[in-house]
Design a protein around this ligand. Sequence first.
Ligand code: NAP
Length: 307
Amino acid sequence: MKNKQYDIVIVGAGPAGMTAALYALRAGRSTLLLEGQSYGGQIIQSRKVENYPGTPEIGGVELAEQMMSQLRALDAEVVSARVTGIVKATDGYEVQSTDAAYTARAVILATGVTHRKLGVVGEEGFIGRGVSFCATCDGMFFRRREVAVVGGGNTAVQDALVLSEICSKVYLIHRRDTFRAERYLLDRLAKAENIEIITDSVVTEIKGEFALQAVILKNVKTDAVHELPVAGVFEAVGVLPQNAAFADVVDLDTDGYIVADEGCQTSTTGIFAAGDCRQKQIRQLTTATADGTVAALAACEYLDNQN
Ligand code: NAP
């Protein structure tokens, strides 16, 4: 069977991919949006988004739904499939997926990032049974219980604030004594009465008989070790790219991010990268949607020049 041919295949339906689809569809290009799990990317884990211009406050899931309904109104074709590789074809590229192979004259990679794990003893066995990467999704499982959040960035502080409204007590464990989270979040953190901040400390083990019962903490300055009883651990220690499937078709940097210029052009003509998956300084919702715009318009220009 011949593969269906599209002008543009977009890999990933987070804010970058959905914005790219919006621009590609509005430019009249036949467009396919492929998404491995569910659309929305990282924003669906944010209970509140407060830094999207023109929208003072909106739930992350609601914002993702609005973006997708805007695409559906343009008859967007969205397929749930994980992309396994991209190979050069006669007229563009063949995008191979767990669903089928699709032919695209141009490809936009918008694969986002995934959660970094702590990599400590006991972690793997408790994932989904006490260890979580999403406070908004899983917080209610720990209602009125004591939990730990690990990390010092925006996600960790946001998670601690979300959990402080659900749990009886939240320990925020950070490996340094200064946080990289933004000032407005740190101001809120300072006001939360049931959040205890534990700095200069790392988790060395997550333990429990059947359910998760405690974490072992080590103070990195004194080497002192102590056990902290908690029912849940929310890991917010940053993100990792997931671009291994594209390593033989576009250049990746040493951290695995796709190397692309400010026009979102990768090392391979006709393949563009948008959002958190590409090498860049600032990974925000607004920079992801900006990339989606740039990548789609660049792809359209590339196709125009081919005609
Ligand atoms: P992040 O900013 O990279 O912060 C990760 C945190 O985890 C850092 O505090 C880091 O410590 C710590 N960490 C890393 N590896 C660790 C380990 N093995 N053990 C213990 N701690 C470890 O990640 P993020 O908070 O997920 O944010 C990712 C990006 O999304 C950022 O650009 C962020 O600004 C953005 N974001 C924005 C918003 C928003 O509303 N504006 C919300 C969420 C995320 P060190 O500080 O010591 O390195």
